[in-house]
Ligand binder design. Structure first.
Ligand code: URA
Length: 233
């Protein structure tokens, strides 16, 4: 049905457009400092927002053009425990959230085994856009996204940083180490103003392919549980 609009309605519509009414009237309270229902400081919220904008402004990255969504982070930005994986897969790309596919389900179980969940940790990846066919990101791609994940860590400011798999390990710790030797050890690291204790463990996708290694990951998880208790976070 076509509704006739009389001249007074036209005037009203013009007036509403003029005053940009949809920006003024909103039936929800505005809380700029809420991120996924976690109240965070204005500073942290602003820094995260600025970081997100600079990632979406990245030029000349083919990952960006083939991806559906940017995958920035998930969990509690106030958490003192941060996890960093490799790059989004297909489910993550669809939902715009890290670790929501099969590897994510295992990660959730790993976290639950030491009484953690997405409400008390923060999760991100080295790369924010899905590499096609879930291929490993190239060195060039890792280098391109490195300043962003380093800044992300600095903003979250975790006391414990868990690196999942060798891409995260090589990017943030160095290329001269192998995960089988480097996992399960605490490494002191500084990212900008953030001083943190880093532990490397196996990526959940690797653990799905090599379930025998789960016992090693369990050792690493217990180290996280003990450190958490020791530093009272
Ligand atoms: N693997 C990752 O490294 N990150 C994700 O977000 C999902 C799978």
């Amino acid at each position: 049905m076509i509704k006739k609009i009389n001249s007074s309605s036209i005037k009203l519509i013009k007036y509403y457009k003029l005053i940009n009414h949809n920006l003024i009237y909103n039936n929800k309270a505005i809380n700029r400092y809420k991120n996924n229902n976690f109240e965070i400081s204005a500073d942290k919220a602003e820094n995260l927002e600025r970081l997100k904008k600079s990632i979406s402004a990245i030029k000349n990255c083919s990952l960006k053009s083939s991806a559906t969504n940017m995958v920035f982070g998930d969990g509690n930005p106030k958490s003192k425990i941060m996890l960093v994986g490799e790059a989004p897969g297909s489910n993550e790309d669809q939902e715009g959230l890290p670790f929501v596919g099969r590897a994510g389900a295992l990660l959730d179980k790993m976290l639950a085994s030491i009484n953690l969940n997405r409400k008390n940790v923060y999760i991100s990846n080295i790369i924010n856009y899905r590499p096609p066919e879930n291929r490993r990101p190239t060195d060039e791609e890792v280098n391109r996204y490195m300043p962003f994940i380093k800044r992300h860590i600095e903003i979250i400011n975790p006391k414990i940083l868990i690196l999942l798999g060798s891409t995260a390990m090589n990017a943030l710790i160095g290329n001269d180490i192998v995960i089988s030797k480097a996992r399960g050890k605490w490494i002191d690291k500084q990212f900008g103003n953030c001083k943190t204790s880093v532990i490397i463990t196996f990526h959940p996708a690797f653990l799905m392919r090599q379930p025998a290694q789960k016992k090693m990951a369990w050792i690493d998880l217990k180290m996280v549980r003990d450190k958490k208790a020791k530093i009272k976070i």
